[in-house]
Design a protein around this ligand. Structure first.
Ligand code: GDP
Ligand code: IMO
Ligand code: MG
Length: 426
């Protein structure tokens, strides 16, 4: 992945999230100096298996599991300080040395208890099926210019006045919901006063630090969260998250120039999943969906919700390749399809009598979309031990070749299991 002209690489989900970004970041971090999160927050759940241990990272970049790799949380992330320190303490308890390796942007906005309260009580959040982590309300406060940033923890009077503003707005929202719960200035302040002494020492001007790392020749991974179809501009709005998940968001969310990014690796499953509500054109019916969910262990890493499952959607991934400028694809979970007699790839949607080969925008079109499938023979052999393309059965190679041609992007990696070594570099 890294060479003399490719040193800053963005890793982006090219479907609806949970594509296996954590696994790929962990594999690629072996040769990285820095791993930086650029958007989202604790709505993410990035799973990494090492030996018989499994880690689920929500706030901290997945590079933390490689000793010596430095990690940063960029300004574009909404940071839940409570979750952050729970996660840090769990890592330390598991023997991971976090000290001196994790930095947080002083400009990242904080997710506070009242953001989570609003998210959990809002009918709109329920309709979207959010993770309830306060992500939408925290980004709303950021855009409305009443957010609380990490650097505000340095100034106690300013902090109190910002928290008062935030709480007063949150309480107006809760009143409008007609619920009895209320946000509290005192409890928010006491949480922040308790966490500030741990948070302030790890704050940094992350944009500057990463700029300096890049100019001194470091290898940098920018770890996206969620997926391209959950991007607030480019996803299936309003069934999206509240940040720019696509590669364009990486420059803004780290604080570096777009021209500093050399490559964009799109992570995709060999099929499609979605957790939460909104269109999923290739969604399988109950029985086949259940089979894929069981084989792929498709349950949310953050909320435990069952993921909706469907065949690989070439229209979606080709679209994601365009909006992200993908230079390569990593196809994960190929092994999950090992037992299927036939596998299908969606190459277009029929809406009424019109065939869409480019992703349609109108939700009404998406909801009525009839996927057009190409059926291929399954390989019905285990791929779990394959370590090179030539180890893969012919039918699996054909399937991957077809993905490559539909998406018009070369496949750089194929993942055939959860373990670090279960990866094929193409
Ligand atoms: P992320 O949010 O994109 O990091 O993905 P998640 O961690 O939420 O979900 C991906 C799940 O698939 C995790 O449980 C991974 O351990 C698992 N996984 C990743 N790659 C593979 C693979 O190639 N094969 C199988 N069977 N599981 C995989
Ligand atoms: P990772 O990084 C899958 C989904 C939620 C919901 C919508 C909005 O692990 O791939 P939010 O809480 O962000 O306001 O919810 O986005 N969602 C994810 N789905 N993977 C994720 O993260 C997700 N983060 C949010 O289910 O539909
Ligand atoms: Mg996930």
């Amino acid at each position: 992945m890294f060479d003399s002209s490719t040193r800053t690489v963005v890793i982006v989900g090219a479907q609806w999230g949970d594509e296996g970004k954590g696994k790929l970041v962990d594999v690629l971090a072996e040769r990285a100096h820095w791993v930086v999160r650029y958007q989202g927050g604790a709505n993410a759940g990035h799973t990494v298996h090492i030996g018989d241990k499994s880690f689920v990272l929500h706030q901290i970049p997945s590079g933390i599991l490689h000793p010596g790799v430095r990690c940063a949380i960029g300004n574009g992330v909404v940071l839940d300080p409570d979750t952050l320190f729970t996660e840090i303490d769990e890592l330390i308890a598991d023997g991971v040395d976090v000290q001196g390796r994790l930095y947080v942007s002083d400009r990242a906005h904080l997710v506070l208890p009242y953001h989570k309260l609003i998210d959990s009580l809002s009918a709109a959040s329920r309709e979207i099926g959010t993770t309830g982590r306060g992500i939408g309300p925290a980004y709303e406060d950021k855009i409305a210019r009443r957010g609380v940033r990490v650097l505000d923890l340095r100034h106690s009077e300013r902090l109190r006045s910002l928290v008062e503003k935030g709480v007063s707005h949150a309480n107006a929202v809760l009143t409008a919901f007609g619920v009895s719960e209320r946000a509290s200035v005192d409890s928010t302040m006491s949480l922040l006063e308790r966490l500030a002494p741990r948070l302030l020492p790890i704050t940094e001007d992350v944009g500057l630090v990463i700029h300096r790392a890049i100019t001194s020749g470091a290898n940098v991974l920018l770890e996206g969260a969620q997926g391209s179809l959950l991007d607030v501009d480019h996803g299936t709005y309003p069934f999206v998250t509240s940040s720019s998940t696509t590669s364009g968001g990486a420059a803004i969310g780290v604080g570096i120039a777009p021209t500093a990014i050399h490559a964009a690796l799109g992570i995709v499953k060999a099929y499609t999943t979605r957790v939460g509500n909104g269109p999923l054109p290739t969604e399988l019916g109950e029985e086949d969906g259940e089979r894929m969910r069981t084989l792929g262990n498709e349950f949310g890493a953050t909320t435990g919700r069952p993921r909706r499952c469907g065949w690989f959607d070439g229209v979606v991934v080709r679209y994601a390749a365009r909006v992200n400028g993908l230079t390569g694809l990593a196809v994960t979970k190929l092994d999950v399809l090992d037992t299927f007699e036939k596998v299908a790839l969606c190459t277009g949607y029929k809406v009424g009598d019109r065939l869409h080969t480019e992703f349609p925008w109108d939700l009404a079109d998406l909801e009525g979309a009839e996927p057009q499938y190409e059926w291929m023979d399954g390989w019905q052999t285990s791929t779990a031990d394959a370590r090179s393309v030539s180890d893969l059965p012919g039918a699996a190679r054909k399937y991957l070749d077809r993905i490559e041609s539909i998406v018009e992007t070369p496949i750089a990696y194929v993942s055939v299991g959860t373990r670090r070594d279960q990866i094929i570099s193409v």
